[in-house]
Structure formats: C-alpha cells, structure tokens
Design a protein around this ligand. Structure first.
Ligand code: CA
Length: 390
C-alpha cells in the first residue's frame, strides 16, 4: 500500500530547547520525548532514535524485535547516565511504528501517543503510561477530565528509568484511507482530541496536517515541545511519493540541524549559561521563580526522577525526591537530605512557596535552591538584627 508522510517538530513557545527526537525512515517511524533537565532529556531521546535506527535496519519488525530495540535504547540511556552524573535520571518516552505491508507493528513506552484515524473516527491506540492514564483505564477519571488534569504529565514508565522496562506492543491491520498519527504530549496535552481529529481529517496532504497540528498546539500556548508524524495510507495521489522519498521531505522545517539529513531530529542545546546566584535578594527571588518554572518538566517522572525543595514536619527545609502533591491519595515523595534552614528563618513572603514545594529539574538544582534559600535566611537574619537595633 502506498503511504505518504508528513512530519514536524517544534520547540513550542515556552521551552528553551527541543528535547523531542523523531525517526522517519520508512518503514520505521518513532517519536521520543526526552526528560531530565538541562541537556539530559535531549540526549535520552536522541540516543533512543540512534539505537532504533541501528537496530531496526535490516532486522525483523515483529513485536518482539521492536520491544527488544526499545530495551536496547533503555540500556544505552542507562549506560550514558551511569558514565556522567549530569545525565543521571534522564529518560524518554518512545512510540515506535514499523510498517510491514498492510500491518503496523507498534511498540510503546511512556505518554507519547499513536492514534488511528479510520472512517472519520480518531482512536488512541497506545495507553498512556501515566498516573492519570491508569486512572482512566480503571474508570476513575474520564478522558475529558484527564485532558485537563494538573498531574497529567507524570509518567509511570520511561526508557532510562530502570534496568527492566515493560514495553507494550500492538498490531494493527491498516486499510486504504487510514491515517496514523504519532505525537509527543506537547500536542496531545495542548490540543483536544476533537480538534486533532478535525485537523488530521481535513488536510489531504499529511505534511499540511502535521504543520497544522503543531500550529494548533502553539496557538493553544505551546507549553511543551511538539512533534507530529502523520502517515496516510493508500491515498490515490501519492503514488509518486514512494517510501524513502519522505525522509528528506519529512525533515524538520525550521531546523538547521545537520542531523536532520540522516532522518532524525536531534534537538540542539540552547539552554542559557548556568545561572549565577547573586547576593541580592531580588536576583535570588527571580532565580527561584525560574526554577519553579521548570516544574512542568520535573513532574514528569514522579518518584524516580523528580526533585523538590520542601519542608518536613518539624519545619526544616529539605530536599525531596518525588513531587509535593499527593496523587489519588498517594504520597509521591521521600526525603533525600535535610538542610540546616528552618522555615521560620525565611522571610514571610518566601515561606508559602517553600511550604508548597519548589520543583526543580535535578538534585543539582535542588542544592542550588537550598543555597539560595540559605542566603535568603542570612539576609533575613541581618535585616531582623537591623530592625532590633533601630
Ligand atoms: Ca513533552
């Protein structure tokens, strides 16, 4: 069956770097959404795509082989993280599709998604490996409620999280007129299912559909990196577009990354230089706000890979692994290290934020946050003494 493919990736409107990677090398297609802060998420997703490219070339594409390829990627990520402490805790989602004639084999870990469009209906093929996804599967939350749930991006399974990774596999029989969409959550968390269906249905050219999907996510706020691969099956007018030609056409449009020529997108690190902590309170406060702004990325990995700075029961500022909020009544935190800072030593206007928990991307950022809070406590002490003498 003829296929036509459209692909687009975009950093979105909020993030500084694009940590999504993708592979479009028919009959292999994959989206990987990296996480881990700084450049780590980028490396996790790019590593995955590199491993998949290597392991799927000339190999069988049965479900066991695809799952094995994802497990190889998992091992490669863990090996890199072991060698470099800065990469510790990085991970990535991956949704991989291999086409074999009329059959699509799918292997999947995380919350990137594969959707099937058939007869005007859009159905999600993959299950989200998220806490919210599990609640939907158990009937405790509707799909609509899940779309807006504040904890929707906490994932329960990822490549790079553990030595063993459970891979879901699916087999789909494709028919002419069907479309498959693979996307990162930067699309599915910003654009509702109805609108996705509308766009995938409306545009004959899959590249236009992919472009419009990314545009829609950006118009909705573009809070995360966005990647979409649209595969159209058996369209009459795509006979000239044989598999293989889609590689170059499907490259990132706004991306000058030379890696695009090899069929995968590797996000380039564009993080600003390491933040410097000045002594002035205003600078520290701004820095804390920036760190708190990283919360969306940090919440993705629950216990294994998130960090926050909060307060323990005796009022001591403490670094925690996990997230401050309970999800479905479950506590998702454990203390990592207590500091010497009492919450009462901080200026009042900072206490609420610390008590609520300041999410950070890494242990390193947690330590930086503690340093900043220590400085705040010292400055506060200084101010109090001044007040006492005046
Ligand atoms: Ca994402």
């Amino acid at each position: 069956m003829n296929i036509a493919v459209g692909t687009r990736t975009d950093v979105g409107r909020v993030r500084e770097a694009n940590e999504d990677s993708y592979l479009v090398e028919p009959p292999i297609f994959a989206v990987a959404d990296g996480m881990g802060g700084h450049i780590a998420g980028d490396i996790a997703s790019a590593t995955t795509v590199e491993v998949l490219q290597r392991e799927t070339t000339g190999a069988d594409h049965d479900p066991q082989s695809l799952a094995a390829a994802l497990r190889s990627a998992n091992g490669a990520i863990l090996a890199k993280a072991k060698d470099d402490p800065a990469l510790h805790g990085m991970g990535t989602t991956c949704t991989l599709i291999a086409l074999d004639g009329d059959v699509a084999q799918i292997a999947h870990v995380g919350d990137s998604r594969a959707y099937l469009l058939r007869d005007g209906n859009l159905s999600q093929v993959t299950e989200d490996h998220t806490l919210v996804g599990r609640m939907v599967a158990e009937g405790r939350l509707s799909e609509e409620e899940a779309e807006h749930h504040p904890q929707r991006s906490i994932i329960t399974r990822a490549l790079g999280a553990d030595d063993d990774v459970e891979v879901d596999t699916f087999t789909l029989d494709m028919a002419a007129g069907d479309r498959l969409l693979i996307c990162s959550d930067g699309l599915s968390s910003m654009v509702g299912k109805d609108e996705i269906r509308e766009i995938v249905t409306s545009f004959e050219d899959p590249q236009t559909a992919a472009d419009r999907l990314v545009d829609a996510a950006n118009e909705a706020g573009g809070e995360d990196n966005i990647t979409a691969i649209v595969i159209a099956f058996g369209s009459d007018d795509v006979s000239a577009a044989a598999p293989g030609r889609h590689l170059a056409d499907a490259g990132p449009r706004e991306d000058t990354d030379p890696a695009a020529d090899t069929g995968y997108h590797r996000a380039v690190e564009v993080m600003p230089a390491r933040r410097r902590w000045g002594r002035r309170v205003a600078v520290i406060v701004l820095g804390l706000l920036l760190l708190a702004g990283g919360a969306v990325a940090a919440t993705r990995y629950a216990l294994s890979n998130s960090w926050f700075v909060g307060v323990d029961r005796s009022g001591v500022v403490t670094i925690y692994k996990g997230i401050p909020d309970e999800v479905a009544g479950v506590s998702l935190k454990e203390p990592h290290r207590a500091s010497s800072i009492e919450i009462s030593s901080l200026p009042e206007f900072r206490r609420d934020e610390v008590e609520a928990g300041i999410m950070v991307d890494s242990l390193e950022q947690a330590e930086e946050t503690l340093d900043a809070l220590e400085q705040l406590a010292e400055d506060e002490d200084f101010r109090r003494n001044l007040g006492g003498k005046g």
